[in-house]
Design a protein around this ligand. Structure first.
Ligand code: ARG
Ligand code: GLU
Length: 728
């Protein structure tokens, strides 16, 4: 018991300094599960993983010369932003079938949906290859290799360089290396900073651009529980969608074309349909986006008390307005489903994060750690010279940073969230591009056509009016755009609409069609454009410049602070923060205690969906077909031994945004589930992992199989899979 207690928090590290011997013994005895590790550097973890039950070797997981698990894991990217992975997924058949989360594919489903073909509501199943829906603006990437290139990138860099010189030199070294590797391999090379700019690793990707929608459940299943259950346990969401990778006749990446054929995958995952048990080993791989595990106490305090509350307040208000409009009008429902989901997601997460940080006393724990560091620094003159003033300077600069970042965040959560103001901003950006007038013209017209397909003026009017009020109430006087100063806050949104030609699709498009170079005088007189222009100037310059300057200082402090932590706690394994690069996390299936006297078990079942459905809550509706399958207990060979139908499960892996769709593996590397969320109490794990309450939520792969087979009747897809462990 004592062992677990120590292992559970970072007090573990503190004790280590003073009670070195005891800590050494304890660290051998317990496993912490914290961490998003690098598959190409698994030597330090593989022993522990095998002790926890893994049957594979490090080479089975990552090896650039032989077939291994990494080759079946993909990152999902927007084609115009190919190194920032918004979700993860895995290849599950020899014909390039890929599985990810429903919420990861929702924008694609939406693009193909209309009132006539409402795939969001009804789901979609391609019954043959010809029915698969392509022309999407997302791609998937495979990591081909990763390597430590710190030495190359830090060539010529010394501690005496100014921060600016240092950054310039590093950036130039990075571009050179990326270009060299991309040119010589024909692949996409990208260098990322690790350990807060102390190390640099190269990732080489192959990116496939023709990804087609194969199947998705109705949103009542794919997002069952909606925002009521989002970030929460018990959970019953069938959060999966199937895509297929298409390639040219040589099996190479190619832009969307009807000549492309399904990708022939030499590596794909086997699926294990055996019933799981609490304590089973689990690992997952994918592309976690961002964590900040090594911040000082005062930075955590700012997030907890300043940034999180700001986001929660404004988003909560927008969500209420949008949902009211959605409920009143089915076309608004289709247009705003995905928009409201992304607003609500962060809104709820930051509430959980703040609650967790407070209840686990993270700021105090970080302060305790800083005291230990200060003691360590005081031990030698060399340390004093390197780090003696670091925390004081860092904290002093952080006060300025919070002021500037708060101003930025306020604008980005208010004026920048108004859709009508976004029209002006986007046009402004395109007009500022260094491209021909005709290219500008066609980009603007394409943008407007695209924008208005998903736009509802009445909804946006009410939201914008609220957002303007929030901005005026909270912004510093020097950050208020002159146009806004002259307006009456109660009528500002109405005036913008009635006086601007940009909120009406026909007049906006007509204006930009009229001549190649738009009449800038007329544009600058348009109050909406003018306000968007002023806001952008304030955001980029008035706020952006001082913020950029202070951020450079903060980043440099954090780089040194990270280095200090790695030196001071040299005996503990420290993983680098998530940065949208390829990672592995591991743990076991396990429940938790969310509060006193309550224990959550780690498995949910279809019966739970039916219980929730009876509650008559807006987010708990179920398609009749699923009710019938439940009534008939028609679960096929995918059910539990007691006859129930599994849906979701909990594990102790450390995950974050971007890990959605990550394949969850058993001890043999077979697919057992898809990561899609974390529990609310544990969303603090982006800043501090706490083994008591941090859990990731997976969708049981058996629910996926059941759904494809029994609900969608897409047997041909089941035939495509390699399934072991079926109960019949
Ligand atoms: N919370 C999960 C994530 O961060 C799932 C989001 C989609 N689901 C939802 N109900 N909004 O992305
Ligand atoms: N749903 C998240 C995603 O889209 C994963 C949940 C998390 O942040 O852990 O990546």
């Amino acid at each position: 018991m004592v062992v677990l207690l120590f292992c559970r928090t970072k007090t573990f590290f503190m004790k280590r300094l003073t009670i070195t011997f005891l800590a050494a013994v304890l660290s051998l005895a317990g496993h912490c599960n914290e961490g998003m590790w690098l598959p190409f550097l698994l030597e330090n973890n593989i022993g522990e993983m095998r002790e926890m039950g893994l049957h594979l070797t490090a080479d089975d997981i990552y090896n650039i010369n032989q077939a291994c698990l990494k080759d079946a894991v993909v990152g999902f990217v927007d084609l115009d932003n190919p190194f920032s992975h918004f979700c993860s997924g895995s290849v599950i058949s020899a014909q390039g079938l890929v599985i990810t989360n429903h919420h990861c594919g929702l924008s694609v489903v939406q693009q193909h949906s209309s009132l006539q073909n409402d795939y969001i509501t009804n789901g979609f199943w391609a019954m043959s290859l010809a029915d698969e829906l392509g022309g999407n603006d997302i791609g998937v990437c495979f990591l081909r290799r990763m390597e430590d290139v710190t030495e190359t990138i830090l060539q010529g860099v010394s501690d005496t360089l100014s921060v600016k010189r240092r950054n310039d030199l590093i950036n130039s070294n990075i571009s050179q290396l990326e270009k060299k590797v991309s040119d010589s391999t024909g692949l996409k090379a990208h260098v990322d900073a690790f350990y807060c700019d102390n190390e640099y690793y190269l990732s080489v990707y192959e990116i496939f651009e023709d990804i087609r929608l194969v199947g998705t459940p109705p949103i009542e299943v794919g997002k069952f529980g909606g925002d009521t259950d989002n970030w929460a346990w018990p959970r019953h969401t069938g959060d999966f969608t199937l895509f297929r990778i298409y390639a040219d006749s040589q099996n190479q990446p190619a832009a969307y074309s009807d000549k492309n054929v399904p990708y022939r995958a030499s590596n794909y995952l086997k699926i294990n349909a055996k019933q799981k048990a609490e304590g089973d080993f689990v690992m997952l791989m994918g592309y976690p986006g961002t964590t900040n595990e090594y911040l000082p106490s005062f930075a955590v305090a700012a997030r907890q008390d300043v940034f999180d509350p700001l986001v929660v307040n404004v988003r909560g208000k927008s969500i209420n307005i949008i949902k009211e409009h959605m409920r009143a009008d089915q076309s608004v429902m289709i247009k705003y489903t995905s928009k409201v989901a992304s607003l609500a997601n962060a809104w709820k997460k930051y509430q959980g994060e703040r609650t967790g940080l407070i209840s686990k006393r993270v700021v105090e724990k970080k302060r305790g750690r800083e005291q230990l560091m200060n003691k360590w620094i005081a031990e030698t003159d060399e340390r004093k010279a390197q780090y003696g003033n670091l925390l004081d300077y860092y904290e002093a600069d952080y006060i300025e940073y919070v002021k500037q970042e708060k101003a930025r965040l306020l604008m980005s959560e208010t004026l920048y969230k108004s859709e009508m103001l976004a029209i002006g901003r986007k046009i402004r950006t395109i007009l500022n591009l260094n491209i021909s007038d005709s290219a500008k013209q066609s980009q603007i017209i394409d943008y407007l056509n695209d924008f208005f397909t998903d736009y509802d003026l009445a909804t946006d009017r009410t939201v914008t009016s609220m957002l303007i009020g929030e901005y005026l109430d909270n912004a510093l006087p020097e950050h208020i755009p002159p146009t806004l100063k002259k307006m009456n806050r109660a009528t500002a949104a109405d005036v913008l609409i009635s006086k601007s030609f940009l909120t009406d699709s026909a007049s906006a498009v007509a204006f930009f069609k009229k001549s190649l170079a738009p009449d800038t005088k007329k544009l600058m007189k348009d109050p909406l454009y003018k306000l968007a222009d002023e806001a952008a100037l304030i955001y980029n310059i008035t706020i952006g410049n001082p913020l950029g300057q202070i951020e450079r200082k903060i980043d440099n402090h954090q780089r040194l602070f990270m280095r200090l932590q790695r030196q001071c706690f040299a005996n503990s394994r420290i993983f680098p923060d998530a940065n949208s690069t390829f990672r592995i996390a591991y743990g076991q299936i396990g429940g938790y205690r969310p509060s006193d006297a309550v224990r959550y078990t780690p498995f949910s079942t279809l019966g739970g969906i039916m219980e929730k459905c009876d509650l008559d809550v807006y987010d708990y509706t179920v398609p009749d077909r699923l009710k019938q399958l439940y009534a008939d207990s028609d679960f096929g060979p995918y059910r539990n031994a007691d006859g129930s139908m599994p849906v979701c499960f909990l594990s102790t892996c450390h995950t974050t945004g971007g890990n959605s769709g990550s394949p969850m593996f058993d001890a043999d590397g077979n697919l057992i589930g898809l990561n899609f969320d974390r529990v609310w109490e544990g969303t603090m794990s982006d800043l501090q992992f706490d083994a008591d309450i941090c859990r990731n939520i997976g969708l049981d792969i058996r629910f996926v199989l059941f759904f494809i087979d029994k609900y969608a009747g897409a047997r041909h897809l089941i035939e495509e899979l390699d399934i072991v462990g079926l109960s019949e």
